[in-house]
Every structure is written in structure tokens, then in C-alpha cells.
Design a protein around this ligand. Structure first.
Ligand code: 5AD
Length: 431
């Protein structure tokens, strides 16, 4: 039996797909590339915007076209939030939301054997447990992802994710450390810690802990040379976390801190508990403490009521913040959220134009950031080997998330080396 996966959306989804692949392998399936014919296709979906749902549906159709006889199982946030809509698609055979997924291979086997198997996407209760999909080695063993936290209780007015992911919960500390040790032993040099509201890791554990303490333990794990944090909310960046990052060079000098808007009134309407001035002073503090730091962000355009002046304010603030990279989102009404019911929805044309402007600004800021490092020596963890003009090119990331290519022997994949940055995206290995 061959199973193929396609994953949409965030790093948490990516982690969960890898873990599910491991589970399918242990159940006797062969995991093949999504472009190959398979007996089972698993689509791990995203529901954060209308566009993400549309892409999810496109992939579902593509899977069925590749092998009309295949079983198509749909999981993830779209499946969790809209199980009826998903199961009504002709191409879909099985729907399982974001809980209880370790039983997925078993459900698939029973379905293939002709048993009547029911879709599963029950709404979350307050007592939901952390879905521990055990970490498994994946791909080239260079950079590992680990989900240590799930769920959210923030309820930003635009966001459907609390419904898709359930209440706030953390992977127990002992378990998290075990996975980290396994990651270190398996030859990975870098681990990316992920979660839905990662900054609140540990608050629900008994005894409670926090991300800063966990990070301190993570950098001490044998074999791990880098620990990267995924998204951290601006209000979660306390002095303790900053101190741990500052004192530990192994923590990557890249932080993703979602701004969403640079206009105070819009931030208030979004239910985000900070204003632009707070965000600006946080950036100043972080950059003062962490030289060469890259800060990327999520920015939304066209939130209900966003006037031209408010957009302009947001745009100018984003420029001032000199982010290393932007993820631009057009506001998309998610049914059941507060913002979806707000008057003054912004027209699609206006959203589109603001989005284009913001994306262009993002490109400019990204280039500016990259240019700052030309002529500098940085360390790169090589993850990919690509064909070059003469010999091969290695591609990897610096601690501050610059993606660079350098000529060098393929055997350096999985290794960290010092490079000299020659131009944007290009480097040569010096040590
Ligand atoms: N519309 C547009 N973007 C959204 N995001 C979350 N909800 C919505 C929505 N309804 C964006 C936010 C968040 C990112 C993961 O997705 O910017 O940080």
C-alpha cells in the first residue's frame, strides 16, 4: 500500500504530516511522493483564509485525478472547521479533523476493506489533551521541526484557529526533552520549535513551565547546534525570554513576530493587546540586545473598516520596522468570528491593491536586509544540494534566516560551515 501526503499552511501542519507519515510507515504503508500514483492520498489542509481553503480543495481534486481509484483522506484545520463541506466534495472519502489522528492508518485500512467508517471532526471541549504525534526522522536530517504546543485562547477577532485547534495545551516537558534528545542523536543540527501560540508553552503543564526555561534546556541537548523559534506574539516577548535568547548563541537570530497592523485603532478592533509604539520599542530592545537579528512578521490588509489613512499608517510603520521579510494576508472573513460580522467590510479590489503594495514593500525590505550582509562572514547549515554550472551548489540558511547558495562538496549537506556572503543569496565557503 502506497500513501502520499500534501501539506498546506503552517509549520505545525508540516510537523504533523511528518509525524503521520511515520505512523503510516509503522503500519506497513510505503510513503511516496505526492506526484506519484498512490493508493491513499492524505491532504493536510489549512483554513486560515478563504484562499487557503480553495488551495486545499484544488489539491484534493488533483489527488483524485492522479489516481481516481485512490482513497482520499482529508485532515487538518479545514477538515476540523468545515467537515460537512469537505465530505460533500465528490473526491473525498474520509474526513478527520485535528484530533485523534494516530488512528488514521487504521481508519484508512478499514475503509479500504469496505467497512463503513465515519468521518471524525468533533468540536473541541475544554479538556482536550495534547495530541502527541510522536516525532519521527524525516528527509535529509538537517533541520527538524517539533510541535511542543497546540491550541489558542487568544480569540483575535479575525481568527478561526482557536476553533480549528482547540484549547491551549503543551507537550509535557519530559516528552519534549526526549524528542529533542532523539533529534540530536539522529544527526540533525537544528530544531525548529513550533506551536499555535508557542509563547505560552508550558503554562498549562503541572508543574507549569515557560518557553524561556524550555529553551534553556533545549540548547543544552547533545548534538543540537541551533534552536529556532517559530512565531512569537509581541506581548509574549518578556525579559526572561530575551535574556535566554541573548545568553545562548545557539538560539537562532531570527524571530517571527506577527504585527498584523501598524494602526492602533485597527489593532484594537482585532483584539490585539498592544499598539504600534509598544511594538516599535520591543523591536528596539530586541535589536539592541541581538546584533544582526532578523525580524519577520505577518501583516494583514483590508481588515473591516481599514481606511486608506489607516492602511497608509500601517504601511509606513512596516517600513519603519525594517522587517527582514513580510507574510502579507488579505483579510478574509471567517464565519463565526467577530470580525466577519463587522460592518464596513473592505472591497476585494481595495484589498487586492493594498496587498500588492504591501508585498512590494516586503520585497524591498527583504532586499535591504540581505544587502546589509554582503561582505560579512556568517554560518550556514547546508540543507540542499543543487546542480550548479561547475559542480554542485549547496543551499542553506544562516542563523538569521538568509538563504544562501555556495559551491562546495555535496558531503557538506547537514553540516554548518562559515561562509563569506558575496552578493544577495550567494556565498563562498571559507571554513
Ligand atoms: N484573514 C486573513 N489573514 C488571517 N490570518 C489569520 N486569520 C486571518 C483572516 N481571517 C493571518 C494572520 C496570522 C496568519 C497565520 O494568518 O496574519 O498571523
Amino acid at each position: 500500500m502506497k500513501v502520499a501526503f500534501h501539506t498546506l499552511g503552517c509549520k505545525v501542519n508540516y510537523y504533523e504530516s511528518e509525524a503521520l507519515k511515520g505512523k503510516f510507515r509503522r503500519e506497513g504503508f510505503e510513503v511516496v511522493d505526492f506526484e506519484e500514483p498512490a493508493d491513499v492520498y492524505v491532504i493536510n489542509t489549512c483554513t486560515v483564509t478563504h484562499l487557503a481553503e480553495r488551495k486545499s480543495r484544488q489539491i484534493i481534486r488533483r489527488a483524485k485525478r492522479r489516481n481516481p481509484a485512490a482513497l482520499v483522506a482529508v485532515t487538518g484545520c479545514y477538515a476540523q472547521v468545515s467537515p460537512a463541506a469537505v465530505s460533500s466534495l465528490d473526491e473525498v472519502d474520509l474526513v478527520i479533523g485535528t484530533a485523534g489522528r494516530l488512528s488514521l492508518p487504521d481508519l484508512v485500512k478499514r475503509k479500504l476493506a469496505g467497512e463503513g467508517v465515519f468521518d471524525r471532526a468533533e468540536a473541541y471541549g475544554k479538556e482536550a489533551a495534547f495530541e502527541d504525534l510522536p516525532w519521527v526522522p524525516e528527509g535529509e536530517r538537517t533541520r527538524a521541526f517539533l510541535k511542543i504546543q497546540d491550541g489558542c485562547r487568544q480569540f483575535c477577532t479575525y481568527c478561526i484557529i482557536p476553533r480549528a485547534r482547540g484549547p491551549l495545551r503543551s507537550l509535557p516537558l519530559q516528552k519534549a526533552l526526549e524528542y529533542l534528545q532523539e533529534i540530536g542523536r539522529s544527526g540533525y543540527k537544528e530544531v525548529v520549535l513550533t506551536g499555535i501560540h508557542l509563547g505560552l508553552y508550558g503554562v498549562d503543564l503541572k508543574p507549569p513551565t515557560d518557553l524561556a526555561s524550555f529553551l534553556e534546556k533545549a540548547v543544552a541537548v547533545g548534538g543540537i547546534e541551533r534552536v529556532r523559534l517559530s512565531s512569537i506574539e509581541p506581548w509574549d516577548f518578556g525579559d526572561k525570554l530575551l535574556q535566554v535568547v541573548q545568553e545562548n548563541e545557539k538560539v537562532c537570530r531570527h524571530l517571527h513576530i506577527p504585527l498584523q497592523s501598524g494602526d492602533d485603532a485597527i489593532l484594537r478592533e482585532m483584539g490585539r493587546p498592544y499598539d504600534a509604539a509598544y511594538f516599535g520599542s520591543l523591536l528596539k530592545k530586541l535589536r539592541g540586545a541581538l546584533p544582526d537579528l532578523a525580524v519577520s512578521t505577518d501583516i494583514m490588509v483590508g481588515f473591516p473598516g481599514e481606511s486608506e489613512e489607516q492602511f497608509r499608517r500601517s504601511f509606513n510603520f512596516v517600513r519603519e520596522c525594517a522587517f527582514s521579510r513580510l507574510h502579507v494576508f488579505k483579510y478574509s472573513p471567517r464565519s463565526g468570528t467577530k470580525a466577519a460580522a463587522m460592518a464596513n467590510q473592505v472591497s476585494p479590489e481595495v484589498k487586492e491593491r493594498r496587498s500588492r503594495e504591501m508585498i512590494d514593500l516586503g520585497k524591498e525590505l527583504e532586499e535591504n536586509f540581505q544587502e546589509r550582509f554582503i561582505g560579512r562572514r556568517l554560518h550556514v547549515l547546508f540543507e540542499k544540494v543543487l546542480p550548479g554550472e561547475k559542480g554542485v551548489l549547496l543551499e542553506g540558511l544562516t542563523t538569521n534566516y538568509l538563504r544562501v547558495r555556495a559551491p562546495g562538496p555535496a558531503k557538506l549537506r547537514g553540516q554548518i560551515r562559515e561562509v563569506l556572503i558575496k552578493q544577495r543569496g550567494r556565498a563562498c565557503i571559507i571554513a
